[in-house]
Design a protein around this ligand. Structure first.
Ligand code: G6P
Length: 608
């Protein structure tokens, strides 16, 4: 959360920084600011609101400075206002900093610095770092940063410029992503590759405890213990088209519709139809440990946690290995029992979620083998896990995760099939499942074609203030995900529940004002879910059901239905979640909500 971009080169810095911020805005968008060298001075501009407000502020200016840093904020310490917006400065106004992350000991540091005569202007934790640098300043920021940062507890990805050292950008990282982009006679610093992809795809990833100095003609990296670090330049394959809206009004809608292709990309080259299995090269090294493990732990947050729940059902059913799913934020703080050699899967679209990273570190510390399931190539989790699988969904910009979810579930289904085939799953079953996996993108495409029907359902749902989502078995996590999508972007209170569990509490809420969305496709618990629908109808609830095509029985019971094509039960979540994603989108549109930048949320939550 929060986004950083910095530029040093031959071109005017302001347009490059504004463009970078716009591409980072999905990470945080309550205030924005920038600082750049202009002639022999340093200019700082910042504002509450979105990047377009900052752009407006700079509209009639013609600054020609060619080096600067910028930030878009997701508030943690201090309300979103102009004063708390980054950049922040030291007392002299010369040392200027943008920061992602949280300084945990900021109030102790602030007290100490105030006693030393420093005067603070904002309520942020970030400002402490500017004063700390001032306090330790030795005439060189590159030399001062290790000493100043040694006193900081918490996480940071930061960039600093100073009037005292013009035409240089300094940066440092601990627990919050940062990378350098290398152009021709120009360099970039960014918290996310999306900010600079327009200019370069030559990337240098910065690791924890590294300090960077950027000049127009080169860069140096050293460790906080002052040892020179040599870095590799990596070529990344994502291009600008992949992060643009391509004619869709919102990233979220574009990403929902992209699922027919993103799922194909997830499968590409991995299915082995003859042997009824899949090939996941990233896991080859750990095949034996996986096969022989008696328990697998999966940890994640948010939507990724929902896919983990489906992974639990999949791996237990197809491979017969016990699976436990844990919220990453709980896992790391509750003394989990992990033995040397245990397998821990870590699922994260961004690969940067602070809670998930923390859980991963805890699992590693206890000797587990950590396997990542990530989307963002080169992300921290992807780099720091022992091995893993990329979901290859392509860049996901919309804050509400959609295509990453379906690709995660698809990868989990592939892992389950691979493990199942290494264990007791017969060849014929494997062949059938591999075929069904291959058909999933087509089924999703068919559902997407019926977007209009969902739009109509959305009209009535948008008038309510509460909704209940019910599902059973594989579709219980889909109910959770459907409810999460709705509340994230339309602000309608929604709860997901196992359908049968409804009678133990939520049934008390059912009346004519409580719309209930039931995932009721044909599977082993079909008859049971029919009874659950009858229970809702008996209490005047209104039911919208997601049903298998041609199902007349549930149609009769429900107030509205949406038909989806049939697939194997354990793959049905991928198909069934599509109408729920579309439903949330259209309801949010009806209510006039900012779909891509819902209030209070951020795409990648890099604070605990
Ligand atoms: C944030 C996002 C969610 C996402 C969650 C986990 O809360 O708003 O959409 O599911 O983080 O993110 P990850 O990148 O680790 O999958």
């Amino acid at each position: 959360m929060c986004g950083i971009v910095g530029y040093i080169g031959k071109n005017r810095a302001v347009p490059v920084l504004i463009d970078g911020l716009k591409r980072l805005e999905y990470r945080g968008y309550d205030s924005a600011g920038l600082a750049f060298f202009e002639n022999s001075g340093l200019i700082i501009k910042k504002t509450k609101g979105k990047v377009r407000d900052l752009e407006e502020l700079l509209k009639n200016s013609s600054y020609s400075g060619t080096a600067g840093i910028a930030h878009t904020r997701w508030a943690t310490h201090g309300v979103p206002n102009r004063i708390n917006a980054h950049p922040h400065t030291d007392c002299s106004g010369e040392i200027t900093i943008v920061h992602n992350g949280i300084i945990e000991n900021y109030s102790a540091l602030k007290k100490y610095l105030e006693n030393r005569g420093h005067v603070f202007k904002s309520d942020t934790d970030t400002e402490v770092i500017a004063h700390l640098i001032e306090e330790n300043y030795s005439g060189s920021l590159f030399d001062t940063l290790p000493a100043a940062l040694a006193e900081v507890e918490g996480t940071y990805g930061l960039a600093v410029i100073s009037k005292k050292e013009p035409d240089r950008i300094f940066a440092a990282r601990k627990g919050s992503p940062l990378l350098i982009g290398k152009g021709k006679d120009e360099f970039f610093i960014a918290s996310d590759v999306a900010a600079i992809l327009r200019y370069t795809n030559e990337i240098i990833y910065i690791e924890d405890d590294e300090i960077v100095e950027l000049k127009r003609d080169g860069f140096s990296v050293k460790s906080t213990s002052n040892k020179k670090v040599s870095k590799k330049v990596q070529q990344i394959s994502w291009n600008l088209d992949m992060i643009e809206k391509e004619g869709f009004p919102h990233f979220m809608l574009k990403e929902i519709f992209e699922q027919k292709t993103s799922l194909r990309n997830t499968l590409r080259g991995r299915l082995n139809h003859e042997e009824g299995t899949v090939r996941l090269d990233g896991l080859l090294e750990y095949t034996n440990q996986l096969k022989n493990s008696s328990r697998i732990i999966i940890t994640a947050c948010g939507t990724s946690w929902h896919s983990a729940l489906i992974g639990e059902y999949l791996i237990e059913e197809l491979a017969g290995i016990a699976v436990e799913v844990e919220y990453a934020s709980e896992f790391r703080y509750r003394s989990p029992i992990i033995n040397e050699g245990d397998i821990v899967f870590v699922i994260s679209q961004s690969g940067e979620t602070a809670d998930t990273l923390g859980a991963m570190k805890e699992a590693k510390r206890k000797g587990a083998i950590v396997l990542g399931i990530c989307n963002v190539v080169g992300s921290t989790i992807a780099r720091e896990s022992d091995a893993g699988v990329y979901i290859h969904a392509g860049p996901e910009i919309g804050v509400a995760s959609t295509k990453a979810f379906t690709s995660q579930v698809l990868v989990l289904a592939m892992i389950a099939l691979m493990l199942g085939r290494m264990k007791n799953l017969p060849l014929e079953s494997g062949i059938k499942i591999a075929k069904a996996l291959g058909e999933i993108p087509d089924l999703v495409e068919r559902v997407l074609k019926k977007d209009k029907e969902i739009k109509e359902i959305a009209l009535s749902l948008s008038k309510h203030s509460n909704a209940l989502y019910l599902g059973r078995g594989y579709n219980f996590p889909v109910a959770l995900e459907g409810a999460l999508k709705l509340k994230e972007i339309s602000y309608i209170h929604a709860e997901g529940y196992p359908a049968a569990e409804m009678k133990h509490g939520p049934i008390a809420l059912i009346d004519k004002n409580m719309p209930v969305i039931v995932i009721a496709t044909k599977d082993a618990v079909y008859e049971k879910i029919m009874s659950n629908i009858a229970e809702i109808k008996a209490r005047n609830g209104s039911v919208i059901s997601i049903v298998t095509r041609g199902d007349e029985k549930i149609k009769e019971l429900s107030d509205g239905i949406f038909e989806v094509p049939e697939t194997m039960t354990f793959l049905s979540p991928i198909v069934n979640v599509i109408p729920l994603q579309l439903l949330a989108y259209h309801v949010a549109m009806e209510r006039g909500c900012d779909v891509d930048q819902p209030r209070n949320l951020a795409k990648s939550v890099t604070v605990e």
